[in-house]
Design a protein around this ligand. Structure first.
Ligand code: NCD
Length: 321
């Protein structure tokens, strides 16, 4: 199986073959997760530490469950109460953890690039669970698996990513992944929430939602990331919903069989109408959560295989290529 990376820091480092390797293995884990007995021993004897410097509900629990189902010993570091609060630097925390010999570190951090930096200081495999506005690779992979299962393919689709693009690592990772797989990506946002220079990623940019949604196969909605805003980016939530909230009238511009996605957490009545989110004929939001566990199992399984191979080579004196 292809997939040689040591860490999963971003989609930008992955080839289309790497992406398909993760998704193909994840399909097997989707099956396993639907059984009564959901355990394997792919990570038996290994230690996984989850370090979430930013709050998370679904991503952290998804990684925890994924590690446990693979047989790893999983520890959740509570970063709210850790020594980081007492002024310890990220690097000191990393070195302390490194001395405990973990095999996998899952890290979420508020600063773009922090996870890359940490990966350079430790000997284990590092997975980026979201760094600032930069990347959230497992989210893009789980979105890709959801799309591939719903549409039967992951290429030549028109995907509209809509909302607070400027502050979204989900949008960025999806844009890179969908571009690598030769899809047509449209970004829809008010000018204040559209990052400058984004057209160089080869996507189309819209500020009119109806025009952007026209004939889309996939509609991906984003939350307003207020915690990353330092001013008035939108006039009011009411006005925002009126212009950019996904409701039945706007969704009618997309293809009749278009699917609706959202990474969560959702703000009903702000970026999405609750009835659309709950419409099982259109919304795949719950499937995204299910695919999340399977994709994270696949990623950790593949990284653990590479880690074992690397350690095996080190023991026999070969160099890692
Ligand atoms: C996203 C994140 O944290 O970047 N959520 C998630 O991972 N489920 C998107 C968001 O917070 O809006």
């Amino acid at each position: 199986m292809a997939f040689r990376p040591r860490h999963l820091l971003g989609i930008e480092h992955l080839s289309p073959e790497d992406i398909h390797s993760v998704l193909d293995l994840a399909e097997q884990y989707v099956e396993l997760n639907r059984r009564t007995v959901k355990k394997t021993d792919a990570l038996a004897g290994m230690t996984q530490i989850n370090m979430f410097f930013e709050n998370s509900t679904r991503t952290q629990s998804s990684f925890e469950l994924a590690g446990k189902r693979l047989g790893a010993d999983v520890m959740n570091m509570s970063m709210q109460t850790s020594s980081v609060k007492k002024g310890e630097t990220l690097i000191d925390t990393a070195l302390t953890l490194n001395a405990m010999h973990p095999d996998l570190l899952v890290v979420r951090h508020g600063s773009s690039g922090a996870v890359d930096l940490l990966a350079q200081k430790v000997e284990c495999a590092v997975i980026n669970a979201g760094d600032g506005k930069h990347e959230h690779p497992t989210q893009a992979l789980l979105d890709a698996l959801t799309i591939r299962r719903a549409k039967g393919r992951l290429h030549r689709l028109t995907v509209a990513i809509c909302g607070d693009v400027a502050h979204s690592r989900v949008a960025r990772s999806n844009l890179i992944l969908l571009g690598k797989m030769e899809n047509r990506v449209r970004l829809i946002a008010p000018p204040t929430l559209m990052p400058s220079g984004v057209a160089e990623f080869g996507c189309e940019v819209y500020d009119d939602m109806r025009a952007g949604l026209k004939d889309a196969d996939v509609v991906m909605m984003l939350r307003l990331q207020r915690e990353r805003m330092d001013g008035g980016f939108i006039p009011s939530e009411r006005e925002y919903f009126h212009r950019y909230g996904l409701d039945a009238e706007k969704l009618a511009f997309a293809k009749d069989d278009a699917i609706v996605m959202h990474p969560g957490p959702m703000n009903r009545g702000v970026e999405i109408d609750g009835t659309i989110a709950d419409d099982i004929n259109r919304s795949v939001i719950q499937e995204q959560v299910e695919m999340g566990v399977a994709v994270r199992m696949a990623v950790m399984d593949l990284l653990a295989r590479n880690l074992r191979a690397e350690r095996g080579r080190a023991l026999t004196g070969e160099t890692y290529v």
